[in-house]
Design a protein around this ligand. Structure first.
Ligand code: EPZ
Length: 460
């Protein structure tokens, strides 16, 4: 599902003005210094949906500033929620959730809006949420969410692309149930955990996702008075309570942003530090980085530093947490294009998340795809080229490749980057990278017309 521009300022497919934003990245600039890591996007989105469970106001801190958060705010407002944002603080008042239908035109821009279905059903006994479509990385079905809600006593039917759910038999509340998830889906675990907080009786989620964002959501719900045990393991127990109360909660740092900057230091052969970051959330990422060569040291409990070393090939297989995260696969592939030797990267979580291979090969990488495997033959150098981002993490990976490339790289498809990274290019610029976001005329096939580049001052 392609994002459609809603605010031309931050999206680069706004057909109204026929211009697109591109990012020019000059390679081989050494990096140095320290970068601040923002709050976790994938925690914040789920927790924002979780505020629908609460009949009083909630305060969320450390909320990142990115397009997906803006879209989730719009979806909550459309449901009758009142929001106020002040810097990284979000005041949310869901006391009068007036409507149980999230609007399609907003849901179609943000898959994570589907997280609203569990809380709406638990709070109101009814929910109508448009079926989130697939996206660049896969079909993204929600069958595990639906089957779990049905096990908890919901009628769920899908009509004209809308998921209609209501509590069966005139009951006002969902019923606790024992649910086995065929796959440890992050989203399904979060939907069902939120729905269970207000259900009658106990819910047991088996083969549950163990990601840190699931734990953060559980801690948020517990801070509102929910009774949840086992979050972070593969079995989560929830005892339903009649109602929840106000909370002031701080989101965890974004482990994927932190991992992305560790790779930035490694690929630019530069020593940089970052904070805040929770090392336990990055165990597989740090272990794999060390296997490749760079060292990662802790300067303090939440401040880490990457020390560059010559890069050695290795194999990577993405898995549910605590395995290697799929959201770091593209970034590590960019790094391994320059490693000594051959690496095999296997993507097991999403069926179509190797589309950045073609773009990296345009830069001189030597990668072949066999099924869900990418065979990366290390090359001594890659060169700058015009490349197109295909999903959120691929966009970051192409910028990282640009940092190491010989010459200038032009990255298109920046709406992906703006969706999921808080000021990515400014943070890199503060470390010494040379990047410039440029607005150019897009001709009919949306290619970049060479003589129309008009540099806008780099986003300060
Ligand atoms: C979350 O997506 C994250 N998004 C993704 O981050 C992340 O890559 C993914 O978890 C895995 O860690 C948010 O939290 C907003 P899943 P989610 O349900 O919940 C299949 C990023 O870049 N599946 O764990 O959608 C599904 O098709 C994004 O920040 C079903 O078959 O991931 C996929 O193959 C990308 N049926 C696998 O499970 C279902 O009902 C993992 O999906 C649900 C999922």
């Amino acid at each position: 599902m392609e994002d459609k521009a809603i605010t031309p300022s931050l999206n680069n497919n706004s057909t109204q003005t026929d211009t697109v934003s591109i990012l020019k990245v000059w390679g081989k600039q050494p990096l140095q210094g320290h970068v601040r890591i923002s709050g976790a996007k994938n925690s914040a989105l789920a927790i924002m949906a979780g505020t629908l469970l609460c009949p009083q106001d909630c305060r969320l801190r450390n909320i990142p500033d990115l397009m997906d958060i803006k879209r989730m705010c719009q979806i909550l407002e459309a449901l009758g929620v009142k929001l106020q944002r002040q810097d990284d603080i979000l005041e949310i008042d869901a006391s009068s959730v007036g409507c149980s239908q999230a609007p399609y035109e907003l849901v179609s821009q943000l898959r994570a809006s589907f997280f609203a279905i569990g809380p709406l059903l638990a709070r109101l006994g009814i929910a109508r949420v448009p079926l989130p479509g697939g996206c660049a990385i896969g079909a993204r079905p929600v069958d595990l969410h639906v089957r779990g809600l049905q096990a908890m006593g919901a009628n769920v039917r899908i009509e004209h692309g809308i998921v209609h759910a209501n509590v069966k038999g005139g009951r006002s509340r969902l019923q606790g149930a024992s649910i086995y998830l065929d796959y440890p889906s992050v989203g399904a675990t979060e939907t069902l955990m939120m729905a269970a907080t207000l259900a009658e009786g106990e819910t047991i989620l088996e083969n549950a996702a163990q990601e840190p964002e699931v734990v953060d959501l559980a801690n948020f719900c517990r801070a509102m008075g929910a009774k949840i045990r086992g979050a972070g393991t593969n079995t989560i127990m929830i005892d339903g309570v009649p109602r929840l109360h106000s909370v002031d909660y701080t989101i965890v740092p974004d482990r994927i942003e932190a991992g992305t900057f560790l790779v930035a230091g490694a690929i630019a052969q530069s020593e940089i530090s970052l904070s805040p970051a929770i090392p336990d959330h990055l165990t597989p990422v740090i272990a794999k980085l060390r296997e490749i060569g760079p060292e990662v040291v802790m300067d303090s409990p939440n401040r880490m530093r990457v020390i560059p070393r010559p890069l050695q090939a290795t194999d990577i297989k993405t898995l549910p947490y605590p395995g290697f995260p799929t959201d770091m696969q593209a970034q590590f592939m960019a790094l391994l294009t320059l490693a000594e030797g051959n690496s095999i990267i296997t993507e097991t979580v999403f069926e179509n998340r190797l589309r950045h291979v073609a773009e990296l090969n345009r830069m001189g990488a030597d990668i072949r795809i066999k099924g869900q495997n990418a065979i990366v033959r290390g090359v001594p150098m890659i060169s700058g080229a015009p490349v197109m981002a295909t999903d959120l993490r691929a966009s970051a990976a192409l910028v990282l490749a640009g940092l190491a490339a010989d010459g200038m790289t032009i990255v298109k498809g920046l709406h992906h980057l703006d969706r999921g990274y808080d000021g990515f290019e400014n943070k890199l610029r503060q470390l010494g990278a040379r990047l410039e976001r440029v607005s150019v005329q897009a001709d009919e096939n949306n290619s970049i017309s060479s003589n129309s580049a008009q540099t806008i001052t780099s986003l300060g």
